[in-house]
Design a protein around this ligand. Structure first.
Ligand code: GLA
Length: 378
């Protein structure tokens, strides 16, 4: 189905038209190799991750894509066809294995001659690579700018992304198209119009509260650019990678769900603690991210280090995050009027999965240092 839309950007109308492939009606969920394995990824790592995602219940919770990030590429053959390197003996067989588990398979490339880690990119091989991916059975492509800056001007960026979108579309295989160019050129204004299903809005995340929180809380103001089929992407999850506290990971997951962010776990699934799994798999929290209305949340109020964020849900209720970026525990409250509700509302704690009862005027909770309370209010 083709769609055309007129977006208002900075007061000026911008025409956006692209093929609506019916993909990513809710933010994509899955796992990606980069945050934990970086270039230590292999066929074995991907197979084991696919096994784990089924065995630990993540697949049932909605984590469907198993994506190889950078470092899978080898050289091109005499005809220019991309080959995987020695760590990936047979990409088609790997895709088949992932599919046999009821999962979907993703790969990574660059519009430039080289990927960020220096492997072969798709420059001047776009149609050929798209065809190869489709033959392998690829369902998701992350397309990372990297060395493209050496061969394209910034003004040619949209064209470079559209070129690969059109090449993917020409294969006839539905392939989620993930733009990765770190938020350059205000990508949220045009990502959908070049066929992107998601686009990174920032430079890379890492497994620290400082980096995660700066990225996450900086997303405010981008919500009008997201919706079914096209999402802002504040980068992949670090939950479970070990360098944040439990409360900090609760903040990470709560905020990403309020942002309707893609949920791509980035930890080692074979060595996950029950606490990590409980964060990733909490069905009521994931449901906020995946809500059918596809509305990205926004900041309602900031009081120094305390922030109140809200995401409107399809059933008329509101998901509210109370975030404490300060160094001491503190009470944080939300008034029902400031989230567009009446005087009285019922509140459910989504991490505790417990109804808290009916409240008049407002609800307040004690929020630990760097922590979050996530509630559903109606
Ligand atoms: C860039 C991207 C990361 C990852 C690496 C791989 O830094 O932003 O998400 O894909 O490249 O080299």
């Amino acid at each position: 189905m083709a769609f055309a839309a007129v977006l208002m950007v900075g007061g000026a109308p911008v025409s956006a038209s692209a093929q609506d492939t019916g993909l990513a009606r809710t933010p994509p969920m899955g796992w990606n190799s980069w945050n934990h394995f970086a270039c230590k990824v292999s066929d074995k790592v991907i197979r084991e991750s696919a096994d784990a995602i089924v065995a630990n219940g993540m697949k049932d919770a909605g984590y469907i894509y198993v994506n190889v990030d950078d470092c899978w590429q080898g050289k091109r053959d005499a005809n220019g066809v991309i080959q995987a390197n020695e760590k990936f003996p047979d990409m088609k067989a790997l895709a088949d294995y992932v599919h046999s588990k009821g999962l979907k398979f993703g790969v990574y490339s660059s519009p430039g001659p080289k990927t960020c880690a220096g492997y072969e990119g798709s420059f001047r091989h776009e149609a050929q690579d798209a065809k190869t991916y489709a033959e392998w059975g690829v369902d998701y492509l992350k397309y990372d700018w990297c060395s493209a800056e050496k061969v394209y001007k910034p003004s040619e960026m949209q064209g470079a992304y559209r070129k690969m979108h059109d090449a993917l579309a020409a294969t006839g295989r539905p392939i989620v198209f993930s733009l990765c160019q770190y938020g350059l050129e205000a990508v949220w204004r045009w990502g959908a119009s070049v066929g992107g299903n998601l686009w990174r809005t920032t430079d890379d995340i890492n497994d620290s509260y400082d980096r995660m929180s700066v990225i996450g809380f900086d997303q405010n103001g981008l919500s009008r650019f997201a919706g079914p089929g096209h999402w802002n992407d504040p980068d992949m999850l670090e939950v479970g990678n070990g360098h944040m506290t439990h409360d900090e990971y609760l903040t990470h997951m709560s905020l990403w769900c309020i942002l309707a962010a893609p949920l791509l776990a980035g930890n080692d699934l074979s060595k996950m603690t029950p606490q990590t799994l409980a964060i990733l798999n909490n069905p009521e929290v994931v449901a906020i991210d995946q809500d059918a209305a596809g509305t990205e949340g926004h900041r309602v109020r900031q009081e120094g280090p305390f922030e109140v964020w809200m995401k409107a849900l399809a059933d008329g209720s509101k998901a509210v995050g109370l975030f404490n970026r300060g160094e001491d525990a503190s009470q944080i409250s939300v008034s029902f009027r400031e989230i567009g509700l009446g005087e009285t509302a019922s509140v459910r704690d989504l991490w505790a999965r417990k109804d808290l009862g009916s409240f008049t005027g407002s609800y307040a909770a004690e929020v630990p240092k760097h922590g979050a309370v996530l509630i559903k209010v109606k």
